[in-house]
Design a binder for this molecule. Structure first.
Ligand SMILES: CC(C)(COP(=O)(O)OP(=O)(O)OC[C@H]1O[C@@H](n2cnc3c(N)ncnc32)[C@H](O)[C@@H]1OP(=O)(O)O)[C@@H](O)C(=O)NCCC(=O)NCCS
Length: 221
């Protein structure tokens, strides 16, 4: 799904949990701000103490994602890819959430606030990490970055960079989306890397505004 918008308070405007799935983070949760707690689930802000937990949640969630599998040959390197993305492009303070079920991290969402520019030093740190994750698929990584950047709205907007649930269809994505969308004002945008997700985003008022066709036989966003 390409450009999409969200109007707070306008539900018609447009972008699982079982077994032992999840990412345990013993110790890493101690210094984390707890924002919300209900029915054994808690939302915590992503910060330097737990961002590695978020990378692992994303790696687990995106194991079968069509775009991920096109860009990264070996799923064991997905965690490095999310670390590189966080450092290079995202990671603004107070702009990401982890959802915990007890001590287990079961979902995460990372947003860029309007006008977000990552610090250049962090971008530099990401280069060797990306090189490790992408290996021979660097051209695909670049093609993805260029194709998506071209389609980003020009006006300031909240950007949903990444959202993942370690077990799908259990309300994790809904909880994370609702939490942030209830808080923010102004337009929001995301690229949907899997058409199966579109009904979820549409329930929050996002609308499909276009398609991004990746070159080199890549999937469509
Ligand atoms: C997309 C994602 C974050 C949604 O979170 P979730 O906890 O599975 O979603 P919820 O249970 O809150 O809501 C269910 C909705 O999610 C979407 N969904 C996507 N994959 C799904 C799956 N395997 N099983 C069930 N629902 C799925 C559907 O739109 C579904 O709506 P429907 O019930 O009307 O069909 C999660 O499915 C996920 O991590 N997927 C893999 C990674 C990914 O695609 N990330 C987003 C890239 S744009």
């Amino acid at each position: 799904m390409a450009p999409a918008r969200h109007s707070p308070g306008a539900p018609n405007a447009l972008s699982r949990l079982s077994g032992n799935h999840g990412v345990s983070a013993p110790g890493a949760t101690v210094a984390t701000r707890v924002e919300m707690s209900f029915m054994g689930r808690e939302i915590r802000t992503i910060d330097p103490s737990n961002r590695d937990v978020a990378w692992q949640v994303f790696a687990t969630a995106f194991a079968d994602d069509p775009v991920m599998r096109w860009v990264i040959a070996d799923p064991r390197r997905d965690g490095s890819a999310f670390e590189g993305l966080d450092l290079a492009l995202h990671g603004a303070p107070d702009s990401g959430e982890l959802l915990y079920d007890g001590d287990v991290a079961v979902g995460a969402a990372q947003w860029d606030p309007p006008g977000h520019e990552p610090p250049p030093s962090e971008s530099m740190r990401s280069l060797p990490i990306f090189a490790r994750a992408l290996r021979g698929r660097l051209p695909r990584g670049i093609a993805l970055a260029v194709s998506t950047a071209r389609r980003r709205p020009k006006e300031p907007h909240w950007y949903l960079a990444t959202i993942g649930a370690v077990s799908q269809g259990q309300g994790i994505g809904t909880t994370l989306l609702r939490h942030r969308l209830d808080e923010i004002e102004g337009p929001a945008y995301l690229e949907s890397s899997n058409i199966a997700n579109n009904p979820l985003y549409e329930r929050f008022g996002f609308k499909v505004t276009g398609e991004i066709h990746l070159p080199m036989g890549g999937p469509t966003l």
